[in-house]
Write a protein that binds this ligand. Structure first.
Ligand SMILES: Nc1ncnc2c1ncn2[C@@H]1O[C@H](COP(=O)(O)OP(=O)(O)OP(=O)(O)O)[C@@H](O)[C@H]1O
Ligand SMILES: [Mg+2]
Length: 190
């Protein structure tokens, strides 16, 4: 971690107490600089997912600050928050795929934040968006499974669809410059 580079993510004195639940986070401080790769390790229930959900305010912290690229999300307007969320890609621990829909449709839904629900349904999506979704699937090596229902894919394949949807969310399906980040295959169940 470099002290000279400005932080991209700055978490200060973060607390999260779930109502009728545990104190999941207490006094968490974290600084991540641009380009830095961080691994969060800890036992089950120690608060890793809670912390990640607090980073884009999917979970509102009880106290503390979360700053992304200089913007304090805990006090940001809804517009700024929405704009910032579009830049944050998340692969959820539970992949949250729509089970009865194809891998392709699930990836298309990744662009919902940019294009809305109607324009991300397979029948109504533009050719460019459909091409972008296929490019995202191709980047996780699942182009051949595009038409398969998500709930019939293996656990690892579902994980890769979730990664492709995250790439789609970030609008990085067709940008060659970003390819290097995604060439290694995801680990885990397959
Ligand atoms: N919505 C919720 N309401 C109440 N308690 C919750 C909620 N979400 C998580 N918790 C509790 O908060 C604690 C932290 O959970 P969290 O999911 O952040 O852990 P984790 O480190 O990601 O665990 P794992 O390694 O199992 O994924 C746990 O005790 C969990 O039961
Ligand atoms: Mg977790």
């Amino acid at each position: 971690m470099s002290a000279t580079l400005p932080s991209l993510i700055a978490v200060e004195s973060l607390e999260k107490h779930y109502r009728d639940g545990p104190r999941a986070l207490q006094g968490v401080n974290l600084t991540v600089t641009r380009g830095e790769v961080v691994i969060l390790l800890g036992p089950n229930g120690s608060g890793k997912s809670t912390l990640l959900r607090c980073l884009n305010l999917l979970e509102r912290p009880t106290a503390g600050r979360v700053c992304i690229d200089g913007l304090d999300l805990t006090t940001a307007s809804r517009t700024d928050l929405r704009r910032c969320r579009r830049r944050i890609g998340v692969v959820f621990q539970r992949f949250n795929l729509v089970p009865g829909m194809s891998a392709f449709q699930n990836v298309l839904f990744g662009a919902m934040g940019r294009h809305g629900l109607l324009r991300t349904t397979a029948l109504l999506a533009s050719a460019a968006l459909r091409q972008e979704a296929m490019a995202c699937l191709d980047r996780v090596n699942l182009a051949d499974k595009a038409a398969q229902r998500a709930d019939t894919l293996s656990g690892g394949q579902q994980q890769r669809v979730a990664i492709a949807r995250m790439l789609m969310h970030a609008g990085s399906g067709d940008r060659p410059g970003r390819r290097a980040h995604c060439q290694s295959r995801p680990q885990g169940r397959s």
